[in-house]
Design a protein around this ligand. Sequence first.
Ligand SMILES: Cc1cc2nc3c(=O)[nH]c(=O)nc-3n(C[C@H](O)[C@H](O)[C@H](O)COP(=O)(O)OP(=O)(O)OC[C@H]3O[C@@H](n4cnc5c(N)ncnc54)[C@H](O)[C@@H]3O)c2cc1C
Ligand SMILES: NC(=O)c1ccc[n+]([C@@H]2O[C@H](COP(=O)([O-])OP(=O)(O)OC[C@H]3O[C@@H](n4cnc5c(N)ncnc54)[C@H](OP(=O)(O)O)[C@@H]3O)[C@@H](O)[C@H]2O)c1
Ligand code: SF4
Ligand code: SF4
Length: 547
Amino acid sequence: MSHVVTQACCADASCVFACPVNAIHPTPDEPDFGLAEMLYIDPKSCVDCGACVGACPVGAIVPDTKISARQQPFVDINALFHAEPRTYPIQAPVTPIIRKAPGPLHVAIVGSGPAALYAADELLKQSDVDVTVLDRLPTPHGLVRSGVAPDHTETKSIDRLFRQIEDQPGFHYLLNVDVGHDITHDELLEHCDAVVYATGASQDRRLGIPGEDLPGSETATEFVAWYNGHPDHAQHAFDLSGQRAVIIGNGNVALDAARILSVDPELLAGTDIADHALAALRTSAVREVVVVGRRGVAQAAFTLPELVGLLSHTDIDFVVEGADLDVQVTDRMTARKIEALREAVARPPTGGRRVVFRFGTSPVEMLGETRVSGVRVVRNELETVNDVVRARPTDEGATIDTALVLRSIGYRGAAVPGVPFDEHARIIPNVEGRVGPRTYAVGWIKRGPTGFIGTNKSCSQETIDHLIADFNAGLLRGWARRGSLRSAIEGGGVEVVDLRGWRAIDRAERQAGGARPRRKITDVDELLGVARPKRAPRRGLRKLVRV
Ligand SMILES: Cc1cc2nc3c(=O)[nH]c(=O)nc-3n(C[C@H](O)[C@H](O)[C@H](O)COP(=O)(O)OP(=O)(O)OC[C@H]3O[C@@H](n4cnc5c(N)ncnc54)[C@H](O)[C@@H]3O)c2cc1C
Ligand SMILES: NC(=O)c1ccc[n+]([C@@H]2O[C@H](COP(=O)([O-])OP(=O)(O)OC[C@H]3O[C@@H](n4cnc5c(N)ncnc54)[C@H](OP(=O)(O)O)[C@@H]3O)[C@@H](O)[C@H]2O)c1
Ligand code: SF4
Ligand code: SF4
């Protein structure tokens, strides 16, 4: 018997420190931690004490006796990772705590996604610290609310951890505040001792091919934000009237989009998917989703847990084109991915919706006069340069007919006025999170748009360790004008949503959801209305009205 880490794992390593026998790897001090798609329990070392179960914020750890049919492949996946013996000390590493010197510290964190909340949590472990988290939206939690797919309900349960962080003394929200527009970086520095940027990477990368901006050529960024009810994208309309949709790129976002387009919409009806998206998916004519990867199957960007999650939908047919599924690879996890695809394509066809993984293919032009009618693609050959496998286009072309293309080729960070920005890497330039005087960065805007929710925990820890060291060195003391940040922002006419306001929105959405986790409000004015403090009716008012 053993415990097993399953698909929901977001790699934050909380379980590592709970395990008395150091059975969960890679640990944050092991070289492969940064590359890990999830963490894995060694079935030979696990003593089934269950301590890791309570430590996991997303309920990803299950005893193998209670595993569901969908989670079954993860028994093998955990064991496979540990098939080759690893050497490690019997005790898991202990993170050294850098203590803050005496004296108050007020930090503003810009952005309220996972990186921001992990940073706030680290700061609030110290005494006499105030943290004000600002976000341009009236709702917090970044991509956990507007990126993570609605059917990843376990992953979304990380909001329980976020609630605990928010409940700590010294935590404040100033939501509905666009930093760089509603308040400047310099103004934040006037009111706080330090500012931490956690603004993520909300923009999309571009293919740079003709026709890219034709209607019908959309980005996965918009599609994901649309089905998740992001207020900026709720009004968007996606043409689901064609039989085929094409997704360019084969990372985990592409897999999310492919799954949402191909599962039975009734499976989504019990989730927090935006109402407008559920209604559109219920009438969708899409029968086939083609996921186009420029390199080979061994270089596919999707992770094994996400692939296993998609393939577990037995009412979807899977097809692989442009790849040899008998290819021999040395990496065990990659070999397992290919095996999973091999098993899926060998299943008897159901005649239902299908997902086609097309490898070794690049788009060269979006076709169509007034809107997309197809994608012109070329076949690629693979070449290895300095140990990196690259796609080299050939002149063998083909056309894939479609009315909807979703470009899912990665996200890009956006500059905040007054804050240094690397236009090439699209991040805030930093050294281990230090940006410049009293300015820091965490999460995707610090290191680029890669990694899971939990990856941001160690990323934020690194930055906050430096921030506390700078405080101890006297670099951050005595700058904050306490209590004045909110009035400075409200003085500019901005309607701020604080923690109480967010909790009112949260309550209203959960109540409206009924059996669903929540029914999202997608309109900013409506969100602000719900967040606004409700005044008790004044005595005598009724009488006044009657008169
Ligand atoms: C589509 C998608 C699905 C994903 N699904 C999963 C998953 O299932 N499991 C998993 O482990 N990981 C998943 N990830 C990865 C995970 O979401 C990221 O690792 C994580 O959200 C990055 O955290 P962040 O805090 O850096 O950025 P974000 O979560 O993007 O948060 C940034 C915040 O900053 C705010 N902001 C930006 N600019 C400003 C400004 N000027 N002023 C004020 N606020 C501002 C934004 O509104 C946003 O709330 C997914 C990623 C994507 C894109
Ligand atoms: N459930 C989850 O845990 C989950 C869900 C969603 C996202 N995430 C994480 O969020 C991060 C971002 O995910 P993502 O899918 O946006 O990015 P990603 O994993 O970097 O994938 C980007 C894809 O776009 C392709 N691409 C890039 N430029 C291209 C071009 N010019 N032409 C054709 N193809 C191109 C890449 O191909 P190459 O590989 O050839 O470069 C790759 O297939 C990842 O770390 C991901 O794991 C996690
Ligand atoms: S059940 Fe106990 S021994 Fe097994 S991995 Fe979890 S904490 Fe470690
Ligand atoms: S989410 Fe964190 S605590 Fe849960 S299994 Fe993964 S690494 Fe461990």
